[in-house]
Design a protein around this ligand. Structure first.
Ligand code: NAP
Length: 337
């Protein structure tokens, strides 16, 4: 590490880089040095586009650069574990895109690699460090809606491009791993504990052989959380938290804009028996920049991570149980241990 700064490298000229790389470069205590692509020409184009100093000739060349402290991995889902392990074995810290693995077993391999190398590994669930989610959690913890009893939500888009990694089963495609994972991680974050069991219904795309529509109910013991997701429905995203004395709704829970405030609708009972509705504004911020800065700060301080791998494993155990339930048609318990 060069003093008090984390030097980043990017593996792969992915589309998501358009949202991540510049905010990461501009984030406190962060500098993005370069990007690697399987195609050197594509790598040079990407480096020029983001104003980066270096286009590496291969992923291996980037991992061999001793100046790189941390690697951001936006590869297709089936490559996350393989390249995260290669990166930590090369001495790098890793911020890897969600889902960090294809199932909980894969996250176990990452935990073993982390423990063997002493490097930091984090799943890039940027929503978890966005101030709007921290605000919802603090409001609910402070009793703003009374006792939390139910969570509802949805996350959808429409994408039938056969070339997209989301529509390719061998790349870890499908809606649950791509977007269903967000209502799961945020419900777990807000409720503050793990669900004991889940029941789910999932529809497969007959051509792509990936899940394109799903409905999930999670039993958190006293809190019931339900959501739907789809890769073939008109775009929508919303999360609501319902308590005995009020309700909070997040207007744009997952793709929060970086250039304008985000909003929470807080509805509360009044002493007169009516209810009030107030929009709270959270100042604009770039959630990808915040995620990079938070991860860099943890590395530099040697402190705790916002989302440790144990949390990623817990999220993946819920996902595993959702897939099991969709097959069995029954409630499925979440693995423990
Ligand atoms: N957190 C978020 O907001 C967010 C949003 C979107 C996506 N994501 C995640 O980011 C990851 C990338 O998504 P994306 O839509 O940006 O993907 P993408 O545009 O398809 O990019 C993936 C990149 O991976 C590299 N790659 C290596 N091996 C590959 C292979 N066998 N086939 C295809 N590409 C290969 C390619 O880069 P080179 O050819 O340059 O090597 C490719 O450009 C996914 O895990 C996704 O879940 C996260």
């Amino acid at each position: 590490m060069a003093g008090d700064e984390i030097v980043w490298g990017i593996l792969g000229a992915a589309k998501i880089n358009d949202k991540v790389v510049v905010p990461m470069h501009e984030a406190p205590k962060c500098r993005v040095k370069g990007i690697a692509s399987r195609s050197p020409e594509k790598g040079r184009e990407a480096a020029a586009k983001y104003g980066l100093a270096v286009a590496y000739e291969s992923y291996e060349a980037l991992l061999a650069d001793p100046e790189i402290d941390a690697v951001y991995i936006p590869l297709p889902n089936h490559l996350h574990v393989e390249w995260t392990i290669k990166a930590v074995e090369a001495g790098k810290h890793v911020l890897c895109e969600k889902p960090i693995g294809l199932d909980a077993q894969e996250v176990e391999r990452l935990i073993a690699a982390r423990d063997a190398t002493g490097r930091y590994i984090q799943e890039a669930f940027m929503v978890r460090t966005h101030p709007q989610w921290l605000k919802v959690r603090s409001l609910i913890d402070a009793g703003a809606i009374g006792e939390l009893r139910a969570v509802t939500g949805g996350f959808t888009y429409h994408n039938t491009n056969p070339d997209n990694i989301r529509n390719q089963s061998e790349f870890g495609g499908g809606g649950l791993l791509d977007i269903g994972c967000y209502p799961i991680t945020t419900s777990r974050f807000i409720v503050g504990r793990e669900p004991g069991r889940v029941v789910a219904m999932i529809e497969q795309d007959p051509v792509f052989k990936v899940d394109r529509l799903g409905s999930v109910l999670m039993d958190f013991g006293g809190v019931q959380a339900s959501f739907f997701y789809s890769t073939q429905v008109h775009p929508y995203q919303r999360m609501q938290f319902h308590g005995t004395k009020g309700r909070i709704e997040i207007e744009i829970p997952f793709n929060a804009p970086h250039d304008r405030p985000t909003r929470l609708l807080v509805s509360e009972n009044t002493s007169a028996g009516a209810s009030t509705e107030t929009w709270l504004e959270i100042p604009a911020c770039d959630q990808y920049g915040v995620a990079a800065a938070t991860f860099a700060e943890a590395i530099l301080s040697g402190g705790a991570q916002a989302i440790p791998l144990e949390d990623a494993r817990a999220n993946m155990r819920v996902i595993d149980a959702v897939f099991r339930s969709a097959r069995s048609g029954a409630w499925e318990r979440i693995a423990e241990g």
